[in-house]
Structure formats: C-alpha cells, structure tokens
Design a protein around this ligand. Sequence first.
Ligand code: KG4
Ligand code: ZN
Length: 339
Amino acid sequence: MKVLAVETSCDDTAAAVLDSGVVLSNIVTSQDDVHRIYGGVVPELASRAHMSAIVPTIEQAMREAGCGVRDLDAVAATYGPGLIGSLLVGLSTAKAIAFARGLPFVGVNHLEGHLLSARLESDVPFPYVALLVSGGHTSLYLARGHGDYELLGATRDDAAGEAFDKVAVVLGLGYPGGRRIDELAHSGNAAAYAFPRARLKPRPGRLPFDFSFSGIKTAVALCAREHGVDAGRRADIAASFQEAVVDMLVGTAIAATRRAAATRLVVAGGVSANSRLRARVVDAGRDAGIDVVIPSLRYCTDNAAMIGLAATVRLAAGQRDGLDVNAAAVADLQSLTAP
Ligand code: KG4
Ligand code: ZN
C-alpha cells in the first residue's frame, strides 16, 4: 500500500511516500531562513512559506519514490496539533489530491507520528514509554499499543527546545539555537554554573512526571546579565544549562519508565538530536535495565515519514476519514481511538 503523507504543523514543509510502512522518500523543506531574523517561528510567515513550498516538496517526494499520483493507494496529512495556518496548507493540499484521484484519506495526529517514529527503522514492541521533546512539546507517554497512549507527564510552561532556543538568543548564538548550544557545550565546563533543576512534586490531580523549564531560562538570563557573555563564559553557560536540562529530562524519563514497569524508552522530537541527551539517556537506561531507542535524526525532527507510518497502520485497520477533517491547534493523544 503506497501512501503519500504530508506534514506542515509548524515551520517545516514535509512530504513522504511509504510503501507498506517502508519509507521510499522523505523530503523536508526547512524555513529556518525565513524565521531566523525574528528569533522564533512567525506563524503568518510560516503558512505563507508552506504555500510556496508544499507543491515542490510533494513533487520531490513523489519523484524520489519513483511513483506518480496514479500509483498511490491513499493520502494522509497531519491535522494537529500545531499552528492553524500552517496545518491548513498541508491538510488542504493532501485532501485536494485525495479528492481529485478518489483516494482514501486519513488525518494524523502529529504527536502520534512522533511516538511511532522509532518504529520506522526497527521493530520496537509495545509497551514503551516515549519522551517527546521538541520545540513545541516536552511530554512523557506510555504507548501500550496503536492508538492507546497514556500521558504520564508534560511541561507546565516552556518546552525544552523552546528553552534551548531562548537561551541561545540570550547567548547571541542565533536561531534555531539548540544545535549551536550543543556544539558550543563541547568546549565548556558543565559544572561552572549550578543552574536549578526543577523537580516537581506530584500535586493531587496533576500528572506525576511533569517538567518545568521557565526557571532555568530565567536563571541563565540573570547569569548572563550579571557576568556577561564573552566568548570564554558563553561555552560554560551553554554546557551548564544543557547539563541541567538533560538532568531533568533523563531523571524524569527513567523514573516514569520504571513506574510504568516498561522495559523500553523511546526518545523522539528535535531535542533528541542533542548529543549530551543521547549519551546520558543511553547510559542511564543501561544502569536501569531499560532499552533506550532513539530514532535517526531525520525521523527525530519533524518529518512526514512518521505521519505516513501512523497513517499506514490506520489505513490497514480500515480507517478512512472524510474530507471534512479540520485542522486543530490543540489535539491531545488521549482522545484518539485505536485504529
Ligand atoms: O521536532 P522539531 O524539529 O520541531 C518541533 O518543535 O516540533 O524540534 C525543533 C527543536 C528546536 O527547539 C531546536 O532548537 C531543537 O529541537 N534542537 C536541539 C538540537 N537540535 C535541534 N536542541 C538541543 N540540541 C540539539 N542538538
Ligand atoms: Zn514535532
């Protein structure tokens, strides 16, 4: 079954073609150049950039997959969560292709795509705990099976990637800054500054494994104001900040995996590209007897292959969505039904 999948939930225009879950092509057109001067994603500019990039991106995905529209069996697109204007571009384009060719259509939750991304490359059996850590999300889920996801914890303020990007701006590293902090931290001393590690006590009625990153962001800004950010200090601040964030992510993810009595932990989302996080979570997993799975970088960051995989499972189970599926800024995973 050949599926064309489209993903435009934030600032990447992505299209992929999968054949029965095997990735034939996976194209991502980045908008970093559009948003760089603003230090963050500007929603209106993102949707306009998607409009110019969507058709060439889909055409490239089809070309690389060696197939034409006539070879497709279905079309899928992300319906949410994300920026409404961005989502609408990919969703409308995918629905138009499905309508024009009379093909089945499935709308996919972006977060389900991230949770399943590890299964693009290897067979990761359920159940597993997934740490989803990106510019927009920092959440822990217990994935019991397709469509059966329990939220174990989430950030109460900023996403971890957002904290990386904001700290990078404070340090004068530009946008998006996660990767630059990662690179700079290699030459810094991670013990130079003791930035706070937020450990949230479970409150009645609240999720037990929540995160918070706003305090550390403020602490870094105050530190930079007090000491300045000359070249020598910058690397130390970057390394100390990164170490604190990684401490919080790894400590909470391992605790949640243990509590869920799972033996596998999947780490996905753009921040899972972080070299320190990758090394530390693998070490911590080894010590705790937990098998840690981190997808390849191209499947960690936003991509359409993961959307295609989630769609393939749903299509195989007989799911077909109407062309009235609408874009949704907020779309949690708990209310999803199993395919
Ligand atoms: O998943 P993603 O591509 O887009 C969404 O946010 O949905 O994640 C992007 C985020 C950005 O905040 C970026 O700074 C961060 O991932 N990121 C990193 C690294 N590479 C990307 N953060 C830390 N270290 C990295 N190496
Ligand atoms: Zn994402």
